[in-house]
Design a protein around this ligand. Sequence first.
Ligand code: GYE
Length: 328
Amino acid sequence: MKRCVWLSVLALIAVGCSGGDAGKTAEGGGTTPTPESGKKLVVGFSQIGAESDWRTANTESIRSEAEKRGIDLKFADAQQKQENQIKAIKSFIAQGVDIIAFAPVVETGWEPVLREAKEAGIPVIVSDRRPDVPEDLYVTFIGSDFVKEGEMAGEWLVKKMGGTAKIAELTGTTGSAPANDRAKGFRNAIAATPGMEIVFTQTGDFTRAKGKEVMEALLKSPAGKEIKALYAHNDDMALGAIQAMEEAGVKPGEDIIIVSIDGVKAAFEAMVAGKLNCTVECNPLLGPFLFDAIEKMMKGEMMPKRIVVEDKMFDETQAAAELPNRKY
Ligand code: GYE
């Protein structure tokens, strides 16, 4: 059944991008959309913004992979605003791109625009973050398991703190899949250890500046005096918080134990300097995954609804050896 639905999507694409007669027949009677000979494949990509080192590496991976494969990439930066992403997707539809890919800044609010793409016969691939929409509105979702990342961070912290700590949490962009899932995963991991207590939680919007600002205010408040650990949903917020701690005379990595997520180079440098204790990797190099999926789709191959990118965890004891291997 799924295959039938998919083949009819492919047939729609052929009509949408080639006028219905340039596609070649695929096995099983479906139609594979091939851009007219000599015409480059056009992919519209709506990126969230440039909020973190992770995002910069993600953008670079997508741009360079498109270039390598001779794909015409129409790239739109939404500056962290959903309304800009919706505008970009509508504009891709109006331009009649072959494929739309996007990283949804928040989980909700995507159904109407994805229905428009579907009605226009343009397939959508989801990159990085999950949107809360019915599965028939996209081909596949490529990205990490954020709940698992939160669990890994929590498990590591329980061990490191010997089961007791008052914890501050810096959450990611409110309403985003990684903020929701990393909060959930971390809570799953500490649930069985009552000594592990989250006493403060606030968004730092995945940025260094906001991470610093929130930590500055926290350290000035009574709650700030009892914090023994910090869990930041990304490295950038942890790095901002580290600056705030140093300016307040608190030793990051010693007075306050810090675990964060992403595994960017700057986090490894902070670990080597003894200021950060652990980072859970979240691979931003999604370009090859994305364009492999697009190429498979163009050949009419069946695709899973979910492509999970595997991540590892690195703590301060592994940082120096690992730093030269980091690619982002
Ligand atoms: O962890 C953070 C970025 O969606 C996985 O977004 C991504 C997150 C990443 O801003 O640094």
